[in-house]
Design a protein around this ligand. Structure first.
Ligand code: SF4
Length: 123
């Protein structure tokens, strides 16, 4: 669904590839968790290991200008934090649930005589 920048550290938080405007925001919000690659694109260099660090990552995702910091995990506490700041769209698992479902094929109508409403009374 979303393409991760190849330099992201393995884990649930990631920066989407190709959307960087070098906003510098994550470096202020979550120091030590982001670096710039040689191409000038930021990436997650260190995943959070404590709830406090997860808070910083959510803050960075919330503050990012172009919504390129995403969460692919399903930790309920972290998901609640994204919901609290109205950024559930940055969570892969929550976004999937809010996308409209693909239309289902309608069952084919059986051919045959159609009943008219008054036929119900004539038996
Ligand atoms: S948060 Fe997004 S726009 Fe800002 S530096 Fe990182 S990748 Fe670039």
């Amino acid at each position: 669904m979303y393409t991760r920048h190849t330099r992201n550290a393995p884990g649930d938080f990631y920066v989407e590839d190709g959307c960087c405007t070098s906003c510098e925001i994550p470096f202020a919000e979550a120091p030590g968790h982001f670096e710039y690659a040689a191409d000038g694109h930021c990436f997650v260099c260190k995943q959070p290991s404590t709830p406090e660090e997860a808070d910083l990552m959510v803050s960075a995702a919330w503050a990012s200008e172009v919504s390129c910091i995403r969460y692919a995990g399903n930790d309920p506490e972290i998901l609640k934090k994204f919901i609290a700041v109205k950024e559930q769209g940055l969570c892969d698992v929550l976004q999937q649930k809010t996308e409209p479902e693909a239309p289902q094929d309608m069952p084919e109508r059986k051919a045959g005589p159609r009943k008219v409403w008054w036929a119900v009374w004539r038996r």
